[in-house]
Design a protein around this ligand. Structure first.
Ligand code: NAD
Ligand code: LMR
Length: 317
């Protein structure tokens, strides 16, 4: 039987010992509606769980080691997957594919077998391909519900909000930039026409910065990995939306990478969706694009279609 009622929310973090997993788990331990937090990693999970368990918030923290994947994902409502290798300078997200596709396949399959009704947020890169990998693994487990599988693209929204707020001199909380498409370079399409006060030069520069913000962090970390703290913040924002919807709040909407009919060429696409207790409840219309954005979208679709095909082909080989 599932643990969810109006009052209980069990969350599992898979890859919880890593650069994203640890701060994400900390933020979730602090979430008022999380009643149990399952910490799973192939390395270090018991230590992270013991550490978190001393924090005086009411959620229960349980650690699961390498051999305890099935237990870690049994009876959970929401699973977040930041397991996998991050980029080093000079690498693309696609270079992570071989390693991370295997990891995501294993983890999604375990969720499908043990918690077929759980909502899953895939963080592991390349998201454009790991989401189709997870979808195929869930199909094989007989547990695929397209409403419940998400690629977490929230960091693109967080970056867009930050960079645009700095450019127009407003507080980030007052700014909400739509970002559609995928999560990698030119597949990330920010719709900056919402802010007509930006000049054409600013739009060009901001678009590039939002699309390649990940590279900025990879370069600055100089071999020590990619974005972890901003990603944990973004994933916690995504998790909060999913939890509020699970608890019955109406009108919770997020930009996220899901199976979609928004773009006829892309089986999965990030756009604004309204969440409900069973995952995606409604796909909301994409704002009207101007010529610059139409051009961005064309470039996005070229790359995104290939990334999606690569994920699906891996899973079915
Ligand atoms: P990290 O190396 O610091 O942590 C990854 C963790 O995954 C490690 O603790 C490792 O032990 C664990 N792990 C490896 N195989 C596992 C398995 N089979 N089961 C469970 N855990 C396993 O890396 P990180 O910086 O936390 O990044 C993790 C992933 O997130 C990378 O693929 C990175 O590219 C991606 N990422 C995505 C976004 C996004 O916007 N979606 C943003 C930043 C990073
Ligand atoms: C990001 O956007 O920061 C992540 O996808 C990590 C990366 O590899 O850039």
């Amino acid at each position: 039987m599932r643990a969810t009622s109006a009052r209980f929310v069990k969350v599992a973090v898979l890859g919880a010992g890593g650069g994203i997993g640890q701060p994400l788990s900390l933020l979730l331990k602090h979430h008022k509606d999380v009643t149990q937090l399952n910490i799973y990693d192939v390395k270090g999970a018991p230590g992270v769980a013991a550490d978190l368990s001393h924090i005086s918030t009411s959620s229960k923290v349980v650690g699961f080691g390498a051999e305890q994947l099935a237990e870690a994902v049994t009876g959970v409502d929401l699973v977040l997957i930041p397991a996998g290798v991050p980029r080093k300078p000079g690498m693309t997200r696609d270079d992570l594919f071989n390693t991370n596709a295997n990891i995501v396949q294993t983890l999604a399959s375990a969720v499908g077998k043990n918690s077929p009704k759980a909502i899953i947020g895939v963080i592991s890169n390349p998201v454009n391909s790991t989401v189709p990998v997870a979808a195929e693994a869930l199909k094989k487990a007989g547990a695929y519900d397209p409403r419940k599988l998400f690629g977490v693209t929230t960091l693109d929204l967080v970056r867009a909000r930050t960079f645009v707020s700095e450019a127009i001199g407003k507080a980030p909380v007052e700014v909400d930039v739509p970002v559609i498409g995928g999560h990698s370079g030119e597949t990330i399409v920010p719709l900056l026409s919402k802010y007509p006060e930006l000049s054409a030069e600013q739009v060009k520069a901001l678009t590039h910065r939002i699309q390649f913000g990940g590279d900025e962090v990879v370069k600055a970390k100089d071999g020590a990995g990619s974005a972890t703290l901003s990603m944990a913040y973004a994933a916690a924002e995504f998790a909060d939306a999913a939890i509020r919807a699970l608890k019955g709040e109406q009108g919770v909407a997020v930009y996220t990478f899901v199976k979609s009919e928004v773009n006829p060429k892309c089986e999965y696409f990030s756009s604004l969706v309204e969440l409900g207790k069973e995952g995606v409840a409604k796909t909301l219309p994409v704002p009207k694009l101007n010529a610059f954005e139409e051009d961005l979208l064309e470039k996005c679709v070229d790359g995104l279609v290939k990334n999606i095909q690569k994920g699906a082909a891996f899973a079915n080989k």
